[in-house]
Structures are given as structure tokens and as C-alpha cells.
Write a new protein. Sequence first.
Length: 517
Amino acid sequence: MSSANETIADKHSPTRANGTFCPQTRRKFVLVAAILASALGFIDGSILAIAMPALRVDLGASLAEAQWISNAYALTLSALILAGGAAGDRFGLRRAFVTGIALFIAASLACAVAPNPAILIAFRAIQGIGAAIMVPGSLAIIAKAYPKKERGRAIGIWAAASALTTALGPVLGGFVLTTFGNGVWRAIFAINLPLGLISIYLLLAKVPADQPTEKRSLDLGGAALATLAFGSLAYGLTAMNAEGGGMMAGPAIVAGVVLLFVFILYERWRREPMIDLGLFRIGAFAGANLATFFLYFALSANLFYLPMVLIAGWGLSSAEVGFIFLPLSASIALLSGAVGQWSDKIGPRLPIAAGSFIVAIAFAGLALLSHAGVHRFWTGAFPLMALMGLGMALVVSPLSTAVMTSVEDQDTGAASGINNAVSRVGGLIAVAAMGSLAAFVYARVTGNPAGIPGFGEPPAAGLAANLDALRIRANDSAFAAVAAITTLLCVLSSIVAWLTVPGQASPWRQQGDDSGE
């Protein structure tokens, strides 16, 4: 009876008039559910990079298969994330969010028991579809549940908790992998079940349903074309891999480019497109997204291939390598607030350009370290990753500001979604292209003698000493090439930001600040 009375009271609660669907007493459940759901995606991606050498040994996965274990998820997530965000508006945020979480954890369980790489890749793609609905839903449901005056604090708690889980996930995952051996990589996917079920329980039992805000089109045709276009490009770039079927690389890349043009024409023709291409006519918006693509391409390539080299090449344990992600998460969590305030005062140009250049210096250091064959983790690689974390902390908040302030107020949601998708497409292409580059350099250095493992693959027991030395040298050379290319891309990101992003705070922001004083 008391719960029924509470429900009746909720309908007449002042919170409804404040533009929220959730009574004040229940908002904490929304926040906890959103934090847990965000942790699913963040932890899954970062730990998988550390677990990849163990996974390859356990499943017998080639480098090309390892790339697709990452990219199948990235492909469906990046291609469908804008449609996933629209689903919340069309069907209600709680319903869409729960659906995304349920699909994600169901696919995670299938990944945990996958008997071979092909099945794992297939379920990773399904996992990405769930994430495409879940990821935009986590922040959107907080924004809809909290009134404006409380929203900033709630989002701050969500961001801090997400950064904490992102930082601790790889560290704990690395210790588990080192302690229990290669087969325990399956637990990385299985841990999603309890986290996801708690989120779903809180959303269904403790949070009232929200009403759909608008009957937005999901643009499934555009989503399908984007998936085919980026999938063909990724397949072609991966097929260039020395271990892959190189004959299909050229046709797949051409097909991807053609499909990309078809996607653009289709989006221009639609009344309610998934992507408003007209926003790219705005120089600051286009420049910020180009800088995003270059920077996140570089970041994703290094974060995916560096753990492979450290574990398989340098012989470090998964527990040690787990700390490689810590500087990035910690720096963003600790510095983003102060950097955001600084960016508001001076404009986003300098922080983005300087941060991108600092990241370039860090990656150049990794390239030199690897090229010289200097296997120093705590006095070499880790400090350089800390420098990279500092650079990214300077970029993340100002880049969001640059994107959001380059468009009109009514377009900020679309602009944010596009920028999110661009960063993920950058990561997708990076893993495909840089893997092929690494495999090419590795093959040239080794000459592919019989019995030698592939790039980033741990050696089998009893490998001859001369082949093992050759394998280590080739791993170093291959990663040095990846780090050198990504260094240049970070420099390009810095230059693009300097030339296109506004150098001062936007006038409307200054007027808004003045009016509030």
C-alpha cells in the first residue's frame, strides 16, 4: 500500500514540473545504474587489450583475428551509436537503456564461452550493438532524471566514478591474469553479468519509466550503410596484414570508399538523417572532428598494440602492464575540471594544440625506446604513458567545449554524438591499419622463418635462443613504426586544432558569464 501511495505521490511531485521524470528519492538509483553500465564498456575495452596475448595463446588466434576481436565491437558501436542515442528519444530512455544493457551482458556471456576466434568475433559485434544503445543512454538518463541545477554535480560523480573504474579495471584484470593463467581471460566477459543485472534491477525496480520525448527516426538504413562502409575499410586494411589474405585488401578498401560516398549521399537525401552533414560546413566543428580523428587514431593504436609488445616482446607480466592505463584515467579524472575552467577563460585552441603535441612527444619517446631495444618499463614506458595522460587531460574537456560551442544550442546533442562516433571510427581504422603495418615490419625483420610466432604473439616453450632474440627485435621494430606514425598524426592533430579551433572563449559564453554576475 505504501509503495502505491508513493507512486501516486510521485505523479504529483514537484519534480515532474522541474522537467524530470524521476522523484528525488529515486535519482540515486539512476546514478548508480548509469555508473555500473558505463563501467561495463570501459572495463571491457581496457582489460581486453591486456588479455589479448593470453587470449591468442588460449584460442590460437592470429594477429588478424586479434584485430577483429577488437574491431567487431568497435565497428558496430561506432556505426550504430547515433541510432542508439535516437532510440532513447523514440522509445523512452529507461526502456532503451535496459535493452542495451541486457543485449550487452547476453553477448558477454556468449563471448566468455566462445570456443574459437570466429565465434568470439561474432558475439563481440553483437556486444557492440548493445553498447551502441547503452553508452549514450547512461549519460542521457542522468540528464533526464536530474533537474538542471543538480545535473552538473550528478554528471561529475558519474564521470569521476567512470574514470575510477577505467583506471582500476586493467590493474585488477592484470593481476588476475598473472595469478590464474591464460584461460582466465573468459572471466573478463563473465564479470559483466553481475554488474549488468544489478543495473537492470535498479532501473526496473527503483526507477519509474520515462515517456518518449519525440518520435525520431532511427535511420536504420544509414546505420547499415555506415556499418558496411567502415566494415569494408577495416577488412581491407586488416587484409593487408602479412598473415591475412592480401588479395582482397584492394577491392575491400575500394568498396568501403564507394559505400562511404553512398552513405553520405543517403544522409543528404534523408529528411531526418543520422548525421547532420551540414554541421561540417562550420570550420571550427569540422576542424575539431578532424583533430579528434587523428588524436584518437593514435591513442587507440598505441593502447591496443603496446600491451602486446610489453607482454609478448618484453616479457612483462599482465599485472605490470595493467598499470599502463592508470596515468591516462587518473590524469583525466584529476585535471579535467581545472583544464575545463582554463579553457573557458582562454578558449580551447591552446589546450587542444598543446595537449596533442605533448601526446606526440610521448609517442615519439615510445618509438625511440622501442627502436633502441631498451626494455625499461618503470623508468621508460610508464613515465612516457604518464606524459601521454597529461596531454590527453589537456585535450578531452576543451575538445568537447570546442565541438559544443561551434554549433547552435539546438545542435549540441547531434554535435556531441558525431564527435563521439568520430573518435570511435578513428580507433577502428587505427587497429586495422596499424596492425597491418606492424605485421609488415615484423615480417621484413624476421624473414618469417619456420617456428617463429607472429607479431605480438607470446613464444612457444622451447623456442631457439637465436629465434627468440630475432622475435624480440622484430616486435620492437614493428611497434616503433606504429609509434612513429601515430606521433606524426598527433602533430597533425595539434596543427589542425591551432588553425581551426577558436583561440578565445566564445562571445555568447562571455555574455552569459557577465549576465550571471
